[in-house]
Design a protein around this ligand. Structure first.
Ligand code: AMP
Length: 504
């Protein structure tokens, strides 16, 4: 039977797992003998790449040759990084990270005479839209993988727990990683896993704790700077690593020392866990607010949480469990102290199920969409344009609906139907918070009175493809919202072949 794999392509760290002979998921260590690999790429002057721990250590010397936190940029159309005159895209960088994780695992497997890795499930954040998903798949293919499926990270984390104590429960997955925070509320009933709500902040994670700590150390040593002021400077990477180390030490001990080198001078600062917790308490409170919003927008109003599951490396910080314990009177679980591996393990279980290697006790039921879509409207009273959502991310995945709009002036012979994407669950949203997807003219060709109905129909299928069509005076325009990746089939194949010959 084909071996299959689950890969957690993380913002800060990535991890690969498979199903062991005992039928349980197990993480494959990298060549540094570690369970996770930093999602950091270093481009050297000789057109070679280094990924992982080696690349991360380069952060201390050559910030301008390092790419980190690339997952946050997956949907950023304005992402603009050039190294040695070569433009790089989030897909290229993600492909290199995947290749490193797979190559290392292949080498470990080769000692046991096992064949190379080919088929895998890759996990994506619940907030990824169709576009980011398509780009992630392309990255996987460039790395030489057959991407069996993409799986939401919180679903993967829940799968890794199996039926283990979760049957019949409504639980909240709190995923605080290095650069992102995600929360999902899920329920398992008769082995079926359903998502009731998702929410998150994609610019909130461990790195914010690191920069707060660094700013505090600057302050304690009367250095009149903040991380924001020095972040472009060469030394900044080294300082951030020192902050991260100190933070991790504070997870283990009540006190830690921070060794800062700034302008060639060394400053040693003793920090207690209490102080660290106090200076980062606002960040933690942000995660609590996000949880409350997730509960508020849940498909089941006032949903009661029976259990909280902590995943993501930043959940190792004792303040997380402590704070959540105050908020919820239910059990708070930290997966055998391995929150950074739960997602990859769940992905491996899903991969095994897809190829028929196992008959799982848990299966995935309804999922939630990650994006809302609306049409651009004009508010006469306020004299401003806004977006009226016609399908929301909180609506059922399989959805059909009709919305009534109208023409805004006498004598109109056409309307411009403009479709916008957003992450809001509200009916009306500022135009500035939405991204234009497509616009088309709906022309009927003869003048009609102001207020003539324009009907917008919408449907969403289980694979999250959204269809929207507008109708007026017997004419219609159609939109299908399904993204293509950024590279053609031929380009992917060429890139795959080029990368195949390289060892990252
Ligand atoms: P992830 O993206 O889930 O791999 O999480 C990475 C983040 O977890 C980084 O910000 C790490 O600094 C943080 N992290 C990992 N281990 C610890 C620890 N023992 N204490 C505090 N933060 C940690």
């Amino acid at each position: 039977m084909d071996a299959v794999f689950g890969i957690d392509l993380g913002t800060t760290n990535s991890c690969i797992a498979t199903i062991g002979e005992d039928g349980l998921p197990q993480v494959i260590k990298n060549l540094d003998d570690e369970f996770t690999t930093p999602s950091v790429v270093f481009y050297d002057e000789g057109n070679e790449y280094y990924v992982g721990k080696e690349a991360k250590s380069g952060m201390s010397v050559e910030v301008d040759r390092i790419v980190a936190f690339i997952k946050r940029e997956m949907s950023n159309k304005d992402f603009n990084r050039t190294i040695d005159g070569k433009k790089i895209s989030p897909v290229d960088v993600s492909a290199l990270i995947l290749k490193k994780v797979v190559d290392d695992a292949n080498e470990q497997r080769s000692y046991d005479g096992l064949p190379p890795i080919h088929k895998a499930v890759i996990t994506v954040p619940a907030y990824f839209g169709n576009m980011e998903c398509e780009l992630t798949k392309q990255a996987g293919r460039i790395a030489g993988l057959e991407v069996l499926d993409l799986l939401n990270e919180p679903t993967a984390a829940a799968l890794s727990y199996g039926t283990n104590g979760l049957e019949g429960k409504t639980f909240l997955i709190y995923d605080l990683g290095g650069g992102t925070f995600d929360v999902s509320i899920m329920r398992m009933k008769n082995g079926e896993l359903n998502t009731l709500s998702t929410n998150g902040d994609h610019h909130l994670g461990g790195v914010d704790w690191d920069t707060s700590l660094l700013d505090y150390v600057f302050m304690r040593n009367n250095l009149d700077v903040t991380y924001e002021d020095i972040k472009e400077e060469r030394e900044s990477g080294k300082m951030l690593l020192a902050a991260e180390n100190c933070k991790k030490n504070l997870s283990k001990s009540e006190k830690a020392s921070f060794k800062l080198v700034y302008k060639r001078k060394q400053y040693i600062t003793e920090i207690s866990r209490d102080v660290f917790e106090e200076l980062t308490s606002e960040l933690l409170e942000k995660t609590v607010d996000i949880i409350h919003h997730a509960i508020k927008i849940s498909r089941e109003p006032n949903v009661k949480i029976d259990e909280v599951i902590l995943v993501g490396g930043s959940s190792y910080m004792p303040m997380v469990k402590k704070r959540l314990q105050r908020e919820f009177s239910c059990p708070i679980r930290l997966d055998n102290l391995e929150p950074d591996r739960a997602v990859a393990k769940g992905a491996a279980l899903h991969a095994a199920k897809l190829v028929g290697n196992t008959s799982p006790k848990v299966f995935i039921g309804t999922d939630l969409a990650s994006r809302s879509y609306g049409v651009r409207c004009y508010d006469n009273a306020e004299d401003k344009r806004y977006v009226a959502n016609v399908i929301k991310r909180t609506d059922d995945m399989i959805y059909q609906g009709t919305h009534n709009f109208c023409t805004i002036s006498d004598g109109q012979t056409e309307v411009l139907v403009a479709i916008y994407e957003n992450i809001s669950e509200k009916d009306a949203i500022d135009l500035g918070k939405c991204t234009l997807v497509d616009e088309k003219k709906l022309v009927w060709g003869f003048p009609v009175e102001k207020g003539t109905p324009v009907i917008v129909h919408v449907s969403r299928s289980s694979d999250s493809t959204v269809r929207i069509w507008g109708e007026c005076q017997g004419k219609r325009v159609d939109f299908i919202i399904k993204y293509k990746g950024m590279y053609s089939e031929q380009e992917i194949e060429n890139m795959r072949k080029e990368l195949e010959t390289k060892r990252v």
